[in-house]
Design a protein around this ligand. Structure first.
Ligand code: RIB
Ligand code: CA
Length: 315
């Protein structure tokens, strides 16, 4: 587990699993969340931004500044998700989204990087549009980033948006390819270690019937139903919270250095596919560490403990 304060910026498209990732980190006193930026993805930018505000309210963390980012991909047409519902957090009543001014995120992340005393960890939980724009416009800030931790891609398993592409990368393949080519310490949490890690009905039933526990039970019900329909899995898939947990306990993960690229030239079947060089070849060039395994028991136990701790304040 981390043993010293770590400054983090979260870029996100809430999204049920984004919500659980933010709750996990917001609860940890060693994680200094400098800001949250939103990006289109699981639903529209106004809705994901409204949802991010809902989540920070739920976590009683309105001290964390929130900024709206990119409304659409760099080049491709926008696509939508299936498993998070129309609002992105189906299951609870949400206020109407007030259209926050888009792309304020860029100046906010830039200021956070410029002002930080120590390099920052960036956690990217949605399409990589904001991150690609950041490093394209301000490559000088790369040195202010401790590590870029990305949830996205699929290396040895099928995609979850189509037969080859993972959702975050497929939403903006050009942005992902740009970020993957950026020379910066990166860790990728692809679908591979996530597909077998679910929060079961039994796990969810163990949560306290207090504010956070009750809200999670309400929100996760339609999420689990959609996952069963669209992904054929029984339980809540935990893509983003697993990526967040990497910041808390990297020792629970197995990583392999790889060179991973994104297919952007084909607009056909392989568009948005993440392609890893895994041959044992002479010239090994790596552009990231790729997570191949996670200790699922440790992760689920840590997540449930964080939610129970958060609800203790509700007593
Ligand atoms: O493919 C899973 C990713 O796409 C997660 O970040 C989920 O929230 C969606 O954005
Ligand atoms: Ca997400």
């Amino acid at each position: 587990m981390i043993n010293k304060p770590t400054s983090v910026w979260i870029d996100t498209d809430p999204g049920n699993d984004d919500m659980m990732a933010i709750l996990l980190l917001a609860q940890n006193s060693l994680v200094n969340i400098l800001g949250v930026s939103t990006v289109f993805g699981n639903t529209s930018l106004p809705k994901v931004t409204r949802n991010a505000k809902f989540i920070l309210d739920l976590a009683k963390r309105n001290d964390i500044p929130l900024f709206a980012g990119a409304e659409q991909p760099l080049i491709r047409d926008q696509i939508c998700a299936d498993i998070h519902g129309e609002s992105g957090l189906d299951g609870v009543t949400l206020v109407e989204e007030d259209l926050m001014v888009a792309d304020k995120a860029q100046e906010a992340i830039i200021k956070a990087l410029e002002d930080a005393e120590e390099p920052i960890t960036i956690l990217a939980l949605g399409p990589l549009t904001n991150i690609a724009k950041l490093f394209t416009t301000r490559p000088d800030l790369i040195s202010r980033v401790q590590r870029l931790v990305i949830m996205g891609g699929a290396i040895t398993v099928p995609g979850n948006k189509n037969r080859v592409a993972e959702f975050n990368v497929f939403c903006d393949p050009e942005a992902a390819e740009s970020v993957f080519n950026t020379i910066i310490p990166k860790t990728l949490i692809p679908l591979d270690p996530c597909t077998s890690v679910v929060l079961t009905d039994r796990d969810i039933a163990s949560l306290p019937n207090r504010t956070v526990g009750t809200t999670l039970k309400r929100i996760l019900k339609p999420y689990i139903e959609n996952i069963c329909i669209f992904e054929g899995v029984q339980g809540a898939l935990m893509y983003d919270p697993i990526a967040a947990y990497y910041l808390l306990n990297p020792a629970a993960f197995t990583t392999v250095p790889m060179d991973v690229r994104v297919e952007t030239s084909s607009k056909g079947l392989t568009y948005g596919m993440t392609v890893a060089e895994r041959r044992i070849i002479a010239e090994r060039v790596f552009n990231m560490d790729v997570v191949t395994e996670v200790d699922a028991k440790q992760f689920i136990s840590a997540f449930l403990a964080a939610i129970k701790e958060m609800d203790k304040c509700d007593e």
